[in-house]
Design a protein around this ligand. Structure first.
Ligand code: ADP
Ligand code: MG
Length: 694
């Protein structure tokens, strides 16, 4: 469809503003749905409207200009048919330079005595329900033809950017709808499916979602657009699945056991049944002729690392290289330590590569990866850099995959043409969602924790109680974490804040050894702090959320989370998972300051449950799936009309229909599907780098 500049009234400057909203074509504009609606009908059902909003249609009784010292005030008094009256007020700064210019000229033109006007505004005194004084936000002369789009109807309110007003935007939307209707574009839904589901047609649905004639019509339109959205996404994945399915990887794995057997014997414990089951699933994938694309989900502490290592050892047994990528340096280091301990005995070389690896060391690692002498590598996204080349990479593991963007996950796969991919997460994805949106993804789940784990007692407390508990536990010979939140997403400021708290805490706990950990420290510093804490050379670790994932020190039994209200559910659960890893009872203390209702709900959930899957489900409901799966920026799971939870039945229809559609026409080559395919291409060219629909 045509570029946004082709719309009447939109020049290059306006087009830039639209660009900021992610709108570059007329189609984008049409699919930019209202943020909310106001009921501006004459007998408005107030349920849509916030209590302070006033929508009023009336006749101008009189107006009044009041000059004050520094401002000019203009008032208009209005009455409706039942003689309800309101008083509208506008303020303008007195400007001496503009002497002779009347700042109210435009308003006066519309507010002549006896003129009929729509006024939309807020009560000046919000607490007074009967207040009749209104601060005007929008007004429309009832006689003007355009007014019908702004008042006297259910009116769309858009989320806009500075420089665009809702008033302008509605008129552009009208123009776009008009153009689309005049062009008579075909409905994008495949005809067989429109027939089956009996939704509104697309032109009708688009008009109704922007300018609904009734709430019922709005709901119908929304359902149709939600279905369309789900269907497009599900189909994109379906097509991708068709494309990738046929391609065999051209290599396979043989279970030789000369590494796996000693590995298991040296562990000192048995794998849990759950671990055995998922290892079997993964090995079956690796031995199959098709590339693996498997998601391993398992709660914090369920033992995912050793599952990954098992797969990596199978690769090593076959002379293949494997890599594991973690979202933070600290976690990469931690994995490295774990791997090194185990792999040394097996004589399998391993290295760690992050962005703070020193150049000579880095050069050595890159050379060893290129000539194949280095079999196992642990790292961060530094592994994705262009000059990191593998001789024989066959297996990639992405730990805490939800922390990476889609793009990063894709890049690793692009490094070698064919690759077995294992992604791991403690944030579970409901099965329908996984199937719908990852399409070709297989899911394994660790359903049990290693034996002997006890639930972590979680409670809210004040700082004093928290410190008291820390002291008690440390006296018993245990260790503690005290975590402060990231401030404004900046490790820089947070580092400073943590340093200040650290100084205070040293005075509170003069008898104990404290250490500090934050993202601004050098790699060696971090490494030393972690090593000392793991070896119990320090008692209390004061940190930013850099320790959120992966850290594993069984002797630590207290986790104090400061400003707990600022953490999301997943983070709280991950942080709590740093304790309760050994034989001792552990506790998590949440110290919260100001709590909004959502924060209070989060804290309640975390205190009530230790089950990561339950917490994950609630988290999705509170935040929406896109945010959680780390796909928000890519737009991959940003539903505009649909709601993953409310619209589960519509989602199910879309999934069923997708299968039906692709059975009939796997690559959407039939003319009846051309419009649908065109929209699919338009969507994914912009948002999605991983799919090829050509
Ligand atoms: P996560 O799934 O959160 O990544 P980890 O892989 O870090 O969990 O494992 C947590 C801890 O549990 C580690 O110390 C690990 O050695 C230990 N562990 C893993 N599997 C078992 C098992 N089968 N029995 C006992 N301990 C285990
Ligand atoms: Mg882990």
């Amino acid at each position: 469809m045509s570029a946004i500049e082709h719309l009447k009234g939109i020049g290059p400057a306006k087009a830039k503003l639209f660009e900021r909203l992610g709108i570059s074509s007329v189609a984008d504009l049409l699919h930019y749905y209202p943020r909310t609606y106001q009921d501006r009908r004459e007998n408005a059902a107030a349920e849509l409207n916030p209590p302070s909003l006033t929508v009023f249609k009336g006749k101008v009784l009189r107006t009044q200009l009041i000059p004050a010292r520094s401002v000019l005030i203009f008032k208009a008094f209005l009455a409706d048919e039942k003689n309800n009256q309101i008083e509208c007020t506008w303020f303008k700064k007195r400007s001496f330079r503009a002497f002779g210019f009347d700042p109210f000229a435009l308003i006066k033109k519309d507010f002549k005595t006896n003129a009929q006007v729509w006024v939309i505004g807020r009560k000046e005194n919000r607490n007074n329900f009967f207040d009749h004084k209104i601060t005007v936000e929008e007004y429309y002369p009832a006689a003007a033809p355009d007014s019908a789009w702004h008042a006297g109807r259910i009116t769309p309110i858009y989320a806009l950017t500075e420089g665009l007003t809702n008033k302008q935007f509605r008129l552009f939307m009208q123009e776009a709808l008009h153009e689309a209707e005049a062009a008579g574009e075909p409905d994008i839904l495949p005809p067989a499916l429109s027939e089956k589901r009996k939704f509104l047609g697309s032109a009708q649905a688009l008009r109704a979602v922007h300018f609904p004639n009734s709430l019922a019509e709005l709901e119908n339109a929304r359902a149709r657009l939600a279905y369309e959205e789900f269907l497009l996404l599900a189909t994109a994945w379906g097509v991708k699945r068709t494309q990738t399915k046929a391609v065999a990887k051209g290599y396979t794995y043989e279970i030789k056991k000369h590494l796996l057997t000693p590995f298991r014997q040296n562990l000192g414990f048995e794998f849990t049944n759950s671990q055995k089951k998922v290892i079997n699933e993964i090995f079956a994938d690796l031995q199959s002729p098709l590339p693996m694309n498997r998601l391993l989900q398992g709660d914090v502490g369920s033992g995912k690392t050793l599952v990954a290592l098992s797969a990596m050892l199978l690769a090593a047994e076959n002379g293949y290289q494997s890599a594991i990528m973690a979202p933070t340096e600290i976690l990469a280091e931690q994995h490295y330590l774990t791997f090194q301990k185990i792999l040394k005995k097996l004589k399998v070389p391993v290295a760690v590569l992050t962005s703070s690896t020193k150049t000579p060391e880095r050069r050595k690692i890159l050379a060893a990866l290129a000539d194949g002498s280095l079999c196992v590598v642990v790292g961060t996204h530094a592994l994705l850099q262009e000059d990191v080349r593998f001789k024989n990479l066959k297996l990639a593991v992405i730990d805490e995959q939800h922390r990476f963007g889609v793009r990063q996950r894709g890049l690793l796969k692009e490094k070698t043409a064919k690759l077995d991919l294992l992604t791991m997460t403690a944030t579970p994805i409901p099965r329908t969602l996984a199937l719908a949106f990852y399409g070709d993804l297989a899911v394994s789940t660790l359903t049990e924790l290693p034996p002997g784990r006890r639930p972590i007692a979680t409670q809210q407390a004040d700082e004093y109680q928290a410190n008291h508990l820390v002291a008690q536990e440390v006296q018993k010979g245990r260790q503690a974490y005290i975590v402060y939140p990231l401030i404004e997403e900046s490790e820089n400021i947070s580092a400073k804040a943590v340093s200040e708290e650290f100084e205070k805490l040293k005075k509170i706990f003069p008898q104990f050894k404290l250490a500090m950990l934050h993202g601004q420290m050098s790699r060696t510093e971090k490494e030393n702090v972690m090593k000392d804490f793991a070896a119990h050379k320090t008692d209390i670790l004061v940190a930013t959320p850099v320790i959120e994932v992966g850290i594993d020190v069984p002797n630590a039994t207290v986790m104090v989370i400061q400003n707990a209200e600022r953490f999301g559910l997943a983070s709280l659960h991950q942080l709590r998972g740093r304790v309760g890893r050994g034989q001792y009872d552990s506790q998590c203390i949440l110290v919260a300051q100001h709590k909004g209702s959502v924060a209070r709900e989060r804290l309640r959930i975390i205190c009530d449950s230790c089950d990561g899957f339950k917490i994950g489900e609630r988290d999705m409901q509170l935040r929406g799936p896109g945010e959680i799966l780390g796909t928000r920026q890519s737009g991959e799971l940003e539903f505009k009309a649909g709601d993953f939870f409310k619209d589960r039945n519509i989602l199910q229809w879309a999934l069923d229909d997708r299968d039906e559609l692709l059975r009939d026409d796997p690559l959407l080559q039939k003319p009846a599907h051309a419009a649908f395919k065109a929209r699919l291409q338009e969507l994914y060219q912009k948002n999605w780098h991983l799919i090829d629909l050509s």
